[in-house]
Write a protein that binds this ligand. Structure first.
Ligand SMILES: Cc1ncc(COP(=O)(O)O)c(C=O)c1O
Length: 358
C-alpha cells in the first residue's frame, strides 16, 4: 500500500516556511558572534557558560546516538522528552476538528491528552482481556476510520507487556496508509530488545519509533526523547519544533551519558533483577490477585481493593500509581521497581497490610 507523506500532512504544515534562527543562517566558526542578541559576558551565578544558544540541530549528540542505534543521524529527531514528538506528530498530521488518531487502551495517557489539546478525535481499539493486542482488529479499524496516526506502546504502559512483534508491526505498516508510531520508552528493560521496531526504519517509511532517556538512562529530569523515522518525517518534525528545543546542558549531559552506556546496562540489569524479586514476593501476598508479567521497570498488579491499598501506602509515605480507572485495569496498581531498599520498604508495608486484614 502506497504511503504518501504529502497526502497525510496538514496543508499548512506542508507549505510552512519555518523560523530561521541565527544559528541556522551562519553555521561556520567565527571570531565574533553578534548575530543572536546573546549576553557576551557569561551566565549569572554560574562558572559554566550558558550564554550562547545551543545547536538547534544537536549534531554532536545525534552523531553519538546514531552510532549507538546504528541508524543515520538524518533519521533521528530529538525532542524535549518523547512527549514532544508525540505532540508534534499530532500537530503535523492531524487537522484540528477533522482528523483522528487511534490508540489501544489501556495505554500511555499522553497520546489522548495531546490529541485533545489539538482538538483531534481519538479512536480506540482496546487490548484483549489478557492485554494482548489484536493487530488485525487494529488494521481493520484503521482502514475503516482512516486515522492519521496509530499509537502503539510496546512494551505497554501500564500493562508492562510487549503488545506487537516486529512482523505484526511490519504487516500493519505495509497495509495502512497512515503513520504507525511505536512507543518504545521501556525497550531497554525488555527481554528481546534487539527486536525493537527500529529494524523497520528502512523498510517502512510510515513507522516512527519513540525512545527516551527518561527511563533506563536515568535522565528523566533532562527531558530528552528520540524519534526515529524516515528522513521526510524527521524533516517535518524539525520544521515545526521550537528552534532550540534541546537545551545546552541537556545536550552536554546526554553526550556524557552516552560515553558511559555500560552504567546504564548495569542499572537495567539491577532493575530487571529487582523486578523479578519483587514479583516473586508480591505473588505470595493473599490480597494480590494477579501480577502481570512485565518487560518494563514497573509491575502492574490486581489487588482486592486498589483504592484502599493506594490510600494505605500513601499513609506509609509510599506513592504508587492507581490505574483502576483505566479500561481493563479494574483494581490495578502500577508499582515502579525501586532500589532494593525502596522495594523492601514497600514489601514491609504490604506485609503489615496483610496483618491488618486478618
Ligand atoms: C510509554 C511512555 N512514553 C513516553 C513517556 C514520556 O517519556 P519522556 O519522559 O521522554 O517524555 C512515558 C513516561 O512515562 C511513557 O510511559
Amino acid at each position: 500500500m502506497a504511503f504518501t507523506l504529502e497526502k497525510l500532512l496538514r496543508k499548512n504544515i506542508l507549505y510552512l516556511k519555518p523560523y530561521s534562527s541565527a544559528r541556522d543562517e551562519f553555521q561556520a566558526k567565527a571570531e565574533v558572534y553578534l548575530d543572536a542578541n546573546e549576553n557576551p559576558f557569561g551566565s549569572t551565578g554560574l562558572n559554566q557558560a550558558y550564554n550562547r544558544y545551543p545547536d538547534p540541530h544537536q549534531q554532536a549528540l545525534k552523531q553519538q546516538i546514531a552510532r549507538l542505534k546504528r541508524v543515520a543521524p538524518t533519521h533521528i529527531f530529538l525532542g524535549n522528552g518523547s512527549d514532544e514528538p508525540i505532540d508534534l506528530l499530532i500537530r503535523a498530521f492531524c487537522e484540528p476538528g477533522q482528523d483522528s488518531i487511534l490508540i489501544t487502551p489501556p495505554t500511555y495517557g499522553m497520546y489522548e491528552v495531546s490529541a485533545n489539546i489539538n482538538d483531534v478525535r481519538v479512536l480506540r481499539e482496546n487490548l484483549n482481556e489478557d492485554f494482548s493486542l489484536d493487530i488485525l482488529r487494529v488494521l481493520q479499524h484503521a482502514r475503516k476510520e482512516q486515522p492519521k496516526l496509530v499509537f502503539l506502546c510496546s512494551p505497554n504502559n501500564p500493562t508492562g507487556n510487549v503488545v506487537a512483534r516486529i512482523e505484526e508491526l511490519k504487516y500493519l505498516a505495509q497495509h495502512f496508509e497512515g503513520i504507525i508510531v511505536v512507543d518504545e520508552a521501556y525497550i531497554d528493560f525488555c527481554d528481546e530488545r534487539e527486536f525493537s521496531a527500529l529494524r523497520l526504519l528502512y523498510d517502512c517509511p510510515n513507522v516512527v519509533v519513540l525512545q527516551t532517556f527518561s527511563k533506563a538512562w536515568g535522565l528523566a529530569a533532562l527531558r530528552l526523547g528520540m524519534a526515529f523515522a524516515s528522513e521526510p518525517i524527521v524533516q517535518i518534525l524539525n520544521k515545526i519544533k521550537p528552534p532550540y528545543n534541546i537545551n545546552e546542558y541537556t545536550q552536554q549531559a546526554a553526550l556524557h551519558a552516552l560515553q558511559h552506556a555500560s552504567e546504564k546496562e548495569l542499572m537495567v540489569e539491577e532493575i530487571r533483577e529487582q523486578r523479578w524479586f519483587l514479583s516473586g514476593e508480591l505473588q505470595k501476598l493473599s490480597f494480590i490477585e494477579e501480577i502481570f508479567p512485565s518487560e518494563t521497570n514497573f509491575i502492574l498488579m490486581r489487588v482486592k481493593n486498589a483504592n484502599e491499598l493506594y490510600e494505605y501506602l500513601l499513609k506509609r509515605q509510599i506513592v504508587v500509581r492507581n490505574r483502576s480507572n483505566q479500561p481493563l485495569c479494574h483494581n490495578c496498581l502500577r508499582v515502579t521497581v525501586g532500589t532494593p531498599e525502596e522495594n523492601e520498604l514497600l514489601l514491609q508495608a504490604l506485609y503489615e497490610y496483610t496483618e491488618q486484614l486478618y
